[in-house]
Design a protein around this ligand. Structure first.
Ligand code: GBH
Length: 448
């Protein structure tokens, strides 16, 4: 057996999110989400006509999809719950058939010895709550804790790893600042308020977990290391702003109880003065942090780039079809930075993957995906390098199990290790799925 740096109980898995794969968003009494509204609105949705109405039809094909996970040898599966299936109005009345879907999913996973990682919120806020102001409403922290408690009470016996939010940065930058994602607002003044309430919601859900749950709970953030394009003071300062805005905006309050100073400069008069009590509420001890890593940025100062004053400099390198640079060493750097900055908190890589091959090539080329195999191999190796440097990385979830609805970009961007034919719903494991099965079987000891 080849030497491996990965611990014996390293959690190898794959990830998905409810709105991206489930379909049947209104089935069995579910309440609509903001993504249901957004994807059906041609003024908002970039990939017009693509919606989560059917997606991968996972809602109807769940047992077969779990069997496929087993066939691939996955030890873990990270999925999210559509809040509105469980609480159609977001709060109050519980919809048993919606909750039942997730109970059946968890049962099926456990029956196959696959560890569930349950994310409470991966962007599909109930529309009824958006009508009350969504994340701009201070009550959103209580709404989220109520929803969390319903889930903990029902599933904490079986689910031992819980995630509050997926990528609060994407929710606010996409949903409240640039409008490319639901709910499609473009408002500098709203953005820090939505961020702050999301973090209060995270804190409230963790506190509720400490009284209702007995296992582990954490937060998932997206991190993209920022490297200065030159050593000019302007580029270095722009890089620090970009890093504070994307990478520290949520981790600092969650783990250190304070926002990065750079945010006041970035948001200017839109930056409120937050109370010490709020920051205490946000900064609750967590059991792990999940990090989603896709790419890095080389950054230069750019006064025209509002509001951060920084823009990326395109590198000569392989890029994915979402035009993200492939740069595995940043994953090692980032994990070391995380440990050095926030301490020895257990880390899971909760997403990592790439879109390669657009639909014209989605036939045999899309299934024979050597670029994705390389992407997985080099990034998993980069995690091994971080473990060698003492970072406590406990698992890796490939994004994604299935090709799926890539939010506002629709079905054109394929991130799956398993190909989905959206006409027939046939699932075909790509070469990368077979490759990944081999990595799991060797516990990462065969990466070369
Ligand atoms: C994740 O977000 C989501 O959690 C998941 O639902 C989604 O399907 C998946 O990734 C793939 O997109 O243009 O070079 O500056 C990804 C977060 C933040 C990663 C923005 C890419 C821009 C890179 N993304 N980032 S670049």
């Amino acid at each position: 057996m080849t030497q491996t740096i990965f611990p014996d109980d390293f959690l190898w898995g794959a990830a998905t999110a409810a709105y991206q794969i489930e379909g049947s968003p209104l089935a069995d009494g579910a309440g609509a989400s903001i993504w249901q509204r957004f994807s059906h609105d041609p003024r908002l949705m970039a990939a017009k006509g693509d919606t989560g109405d059917v997606a991968c039809d996972h809602y109807n094909r769940m047992p077969a999809d779990v069997a496929l996970m087993k066939e691939l040898g996955l030890k873990a599966y990270r999925f999210s719950v559509n809040w509105g299936r469980v609480l159609p109005e977001g709060i109050g009345r519980v919809n048993e058939p919606g909750l039942d879907f997730y109970e059946r999913l968890v049962d099926e996973l456990l029956k196959h010895d696959i560890e569930p990682l349950l994310t409470l919120h991966h962007w599909d806020l109930p529309a009824a709550l958006d009508d009350k102001g969504g994340w701009l409403n201070r009550d959103s922290a209580d709404w989220f804790a109520e929803y969390g408690s319903v889930m903990y009470r029902r599933l904490d016996g079986q689910v031992k790893k819980w995630v509050t939010l997926n990528e609060p940065w994407v929710i606010t930058d996409g949903g409240y600042l640039h409008g490319a994602l639901a709910p499609g607002h473009r408002n500098l003044f709203e953005t820090p308020i939505a961020s702050h309430n999301l973090m209060r919601a995270h804190g409230a859900a963790v506190r509720a977990y400490r009284s209702e749950g007995a296992h582990e709970i954490g937060l998932v953030v997206n991190i993209e290391p920022k490297y200065p394009a030159s050593d000019s003071p302007d580029d270095v300062a722009a890089t620090a702003r970009a890093h504070a805005y994307m990478n520290r905006q949520y981790l600092d309050p969650a783990l250190k109880g304070a926002y990065p100073e750079e945010l006041a400069e970035i948001f200017g008069e839109a930056w409120p003065k937050w109370s010490a009590e709020d920051l205490q509420d946000i900064c609750q001890p967590v059991d792990f942090i999940g990090i989603n890593y896709y790419t890095r940025n080389v950054v230069k100062a750019d006064p025209h780039q509002w509001p951060v004053g920084a823009s990326p400099v395109r590198q000569v390198a392989t890029h994915t079809t979402t035009d993200w640079e492939v740069y595995p060493p940043a994953l090692t750097d980032m994990l070391v930075w995380f440990r050095d900055t926030y301490g020895d908190i257990p880390v899971y890589i909760t997403e990592n993957g790439a879109a390669f091959y657009d639909p014209p090539k989605a036939g045999p080329d899309g299934i024979d995906d050597p670029l994705r195999c390389d992407y997985l191999r080099t990034h998993i190796s980069a995690i091994g390098d971080a473990i060698r440097q003492g970072v406590d990385v406990r698992g890796y979830m490939a994004w994604s199990l299935l090709d799926n609805l890539e939010w506002s970009l629709g079905f054109s961007k394929r991130f799956g290790i398993v190909h989905v034919d959206y006409e027939t719903q046939a699932r075909t494991p790509k070469r990368s799925a077979r490759f990944y099965s081999g990595v799991i079987a060797a516990n990462g000891g065969n990466l070369g």
